[in-house]
Design a protein around this ligand. Structure first.
Ligand SMILES: NC(=O)c1ccc[n+]([C@@H]2O[C@H](COP(=O)([O-])OP(=O)(O)OC[C@H]3O[C@@H](n4cnc5c(N)ncnc54)[C@H](OP(=O)(O)O)[C@@H]3O)[C@@H](O)[C@H]2O)c1
Length: 349
């Protein structure tokens, strides 16, 4: 188990930078205006306090979402796990409470593969406002056959993309009621080499390849996150939308959190070589958590791990070229709204 994965027991405020001391022997120098101190470096183990804020993490009961929730709980915020399994969510809550003394954590039912059910999520939250939602939950199929959601959409596009589009729509009033809410969409490195097929968004053609469909569903999510931010700005909304990706995050490199995740010593040893390239899900959570909390993170920005975009400290990275194609993005927005039965209005606000 890695200590690096543990959030501080007590939320810690970022350290204020100290004014620099005058250098000796320069008393005759003309007084200079005070230098603007640079913002302190981001420390994944000393997160700023988010006491009083409330965050919803979809799929917060397992994997990266669990670690996002655990790390956010360490800031003093209230964290709500959105989960399709009440028993898994309860186990994750208990695990977070055991690691973060005084953690404020609870859960709401959430099934992204069942679009009509998502309308109830906002009510189940029982909140006056929501400070951030993390669109983390996701499904990835390795093998055919093509599968569909309750609503008949291709499973990965329907769950990862359409489910989160619909959820955003229903959460919009709660997000707009917060002073400066954030929508943080979890994309994927796998989307970097993919391109959308706007004529076949649901991979209904003969050549069904699950890995490609997964990569495209993540790409659709990333387009959505960036388009949402443009539309929110245009509408004068205080809500911001950011995109983050975890790099490569393997269970074998992830510290145990029984019963949520148990890693045997054999799995840990076998996973060690992979650690040169990728990381655990605890570290995969870092860019996502930074996108939620960093006061300097602006809407429309992309966050990922520092080392080749696959592992390491979280940092802002340039938005990938193909994500800047606003014609594709706007078309995807309109089609997605039609598929979930929403008006393609400005940011759902
Ligand atoms: N791991 C990586 O290397 C990697 C790389 C790039 C991007 N990502 C992205 O990071 C996110 C988390 O990945 P992960 O590796 O942590 O995956 P994971 O361990 O498989 O966890 C996925 C989470 O999503 C939930 N989920 C799946 N379908 C759902 C649905 N219909 N409704 C609500 N929740 C649902 C799962 O709930 P159940 O427990 O009920 O199944 C689980 O909580 C995903 O968006 C993934 O695309 C991961």
């Amino acid at each position: 188990m890695s200590d690096r994965a543990q959030p501080s027991a007590q939320p810690s405020a970022q350290r204020p930078s100290r004014p620099s001391a005058p250098s000796p022997g320069r008393s005759a120098a003309k007084p200079r205006p005070p230098r603007r101190s640079p913002s302190p470096p981001w420390d994944v183990h000393r997160l700023p306090s988010a006491e009083g804020k409330t965050f919803l993490v979809t799929g917060g009961n397992a994997g990266i979402g669990y670690f996002v929730a655990e790390q956010l709980a360490g800031t003093g915020a209230t964290v709500v796990l959105g989960s399709r399994s009440s028993s898994k969510a309860a186990a994750a809550e208990a695990c977070i409470r055991a690691r973060v003394p005084g953690a404020r954590v609870r859960h709401v039912p959430l099934d992204l593969a069942d679009l009509p059910s998502l309308e109830a999520v906002a009510g189940a939250l029982a909140l006056g406002h929501l400070d951030a939602v993390v669109h983390n939950a996701g499904v990835a199929l390795d093998d055919p056959p093509r599968r569909v959601t309750e609503d008949g959409h291709e499973l990965m596009f329907g769950t990862n993309h359409l489910g989160h589009v619909a959820l955003t729509r229903w959460l919009a009033p709660l997000l707009a009621a917060a002073p400066a809410a954030r929508v943080v969409t979890v994309g994927s490195f796998a989307a970097k080499t993919e391109r959308l097929d706007l004529a076949d968004l649901e991979s209904a053609g003969d050549d069904y390849r699950p890995k490609r469909t997964y990569g495209r569903s993540k790409l659709a999510q990333m387009y959505f996150g960036l388009t949402l931010d443009r539309r929110l700005r245009a509408a004068g909304s205080p809500v911001r939308s950011l995109v983050a990706h975890p790099g490569g995050a393997l269970d074998s490199l992830t510290p145990s959190r029984p019963p949520v995740h148990v890693r045997t010593s054999g799995e840990r040893l076998r996973g060690l070589p992979a650690g040169l390239l990728v990381q655990g899900k605890d570290a995969g959570a870092w860019p996502v958590v930074r996108a939620v909390l960093d006061p300097s993170a602006t809407g429309g920005s992309l966050w990922g791990p520092r080392v080749f975009g696959l592992r390491g400290e979280p940092r802002r990275e340039p938005v990938w070229d193909h994500l800047k194609d606003t014609a594709v993005a706007e078309r995807l927005w309109d089609v997605s709204c039609a598929l979930i039965g929403a008006e393609p209005g400005p940011g759902f606000g």
